[in-house]
Design a protein around this ligand. Structure first.
Ligand code: ADP
Length: 229
């Protein structure tokens, strides 16, 4: 590692590997991984007032209302130590969230460095979601390729693997994929207009996609040594 204070977004449909790739990249560049989905699941487990408000949205595969999501994310970012880089995973999911985030960045004299959009054909996504399990402790994802299908505990932290409630039902999965189709294009256009969007093919193995993303990041920050390959 390498560079301080990079602010990145990884977007992609459910099952595209954005969580896995964001986590890997965050470790490699020394940034904080912020997943709004993980934050919501944490609130649910801890039975906080946010947890109570969001439960039904997540269970049905609906988006959590923007005001709750944006407020939660702002609090999280405020809690980071100064100049700490971060990677947002699962945010923004609506154009309104993207615009609110721009306003927040401007008001803190900050800017987004890069947006990576992971692309995977729709027909592969449902299968990945139906077969994946997630670590309760560190949120590492298992079973989307041939490895980890029968694993019960996380190889990273020994946490218990579990099936997310919204990954257990084909209808809910279909609904989430529809929501992504409905809301993602304006967000993609928005970042494309800002000249910071990079598309990445997410159909290879986890390692192949990680390497592609590393190349994109390295070439976007020419002159700064980002990775010790
Ligand atoms: P996936 O991408 O597999 O759907 P996430 O963990 O990113 O998984 O999100 C899980 C759920 O959390 C979403 O279906 C939605 O209900 C809620 N959620 C996460 N991020 C957001 C967001 N930025 N805006 C609204 N809802 C969100």
């Amino acid at each position: 590692m390498i560079t301080e204070g990079l602010q990145l977004i990884v977007i992609g449909p459910p099952g595209s590997g954005k969580g896995t790739q964001s986590m890997a990249l965050a470790t490699q560049i020394g940034a904080v991984h912020i997943s709004t989905g993980d934050l919501f699941r944490h609130h649910e487990r801890e039975e906080t007032s946010i947890g109570d408000q969001i439960q039904s949205f997540i269970k049905k595969g609906d988006l959590v209302p923007d005001n709750i999501t944006i407020e939660m994310l702002k609090e999280k970012i405020k809690s980071l130590t100064n100049n700490m880089g971060y990677i947002l995973d699962g945010f923004p999911r609506t154009l309104n969230q993207a615009i609110s985030f721009d306003t927040m960045l401007t008001s803190t004299n900050s800017k987004l460095d890069l947006v990576i959009c992971i692309e995977v054909p729709q027909e592969q996504l449902e299968n990945r979601l139906l077969h994946r399990t997630v670590c309760m402790e560190c949120s590492l994802v298992y079973g989307t390729d041939d490895s980890g299908q029968d694993q019960q505990y996380c190889a990273n932290c020994e946490g218990k693997l579990y099936k997310r409630v919204d990954d257990a039902d084909k209808e809910v999965i279909g609904h989430r994929l529809e929501k992504y189709k409905e809301f993602s294009q304006p967000i993609i256009n928005h970042y494309q207009e800002h000249g910071i969007l990079h598309r990445v093919d997410g159909t290879g193995s986890v390692l192949e996609v990680t390497n592609t993303i590393k190349k994109v990041v390295a070439s976007s920050f020419k002159g700064t040594l980002l990775f010790n390959y």
